[in-house]
Ligand binder design. Sequence first.
Ligand SMILES: [Zn+2]
Length: 130
Amino acid sequence: MPSPRYWREVPARFRLEAVRCRGCGKVVYPARRVCPGCRGTDLEPLALSRSGTVVTSTVIHVAPAEFAMETPYAVAIVETPEGARLMAQVVDCELPEVKPGLKVNLEFRLIRQEGHGGILCYGHKAVPEA
Ligand SMILES: [Zn+2]
C-alpha cells in the first residue's frame, strides 16, 4: 500500500506545489507548513516550473520488485529555476546522457502500479529537452 506520506503529498506532487519561506527565502518542495531552513511558518505558495537542470544522478541497477523490469534506469536530483530540488526518474534517453547540467522537462507520468489491486501512482518524470 502507498504510505500515508504518499497520500498526504499527492496534491502537492500533482501540481508541483512548493512554498517559499518569507523569512529566509528557501523554496521547499513538497510544500510544508514549517520551513526546514529557519523553522519559520510564514510560507507563501509557489508553483514550480515544469523544467529544471540535473544536479546529480545515479543509475539504479537493483530496484524494488515493482521497478525491476525497468532496470537499469537513471534517477536524478533536478533543480527547478525557483531553487527547489526534487528527485525524478529520467526517461526517454540513453543512460550516459544523464549528467549534471542536463536540461529536463518534468512530465506527469504513471510511476507504478501498486500490487495486484492496481492502485495507480502518478508523479513526475524528467525528460531531456529536445
Ligand atoms: Zn525559512
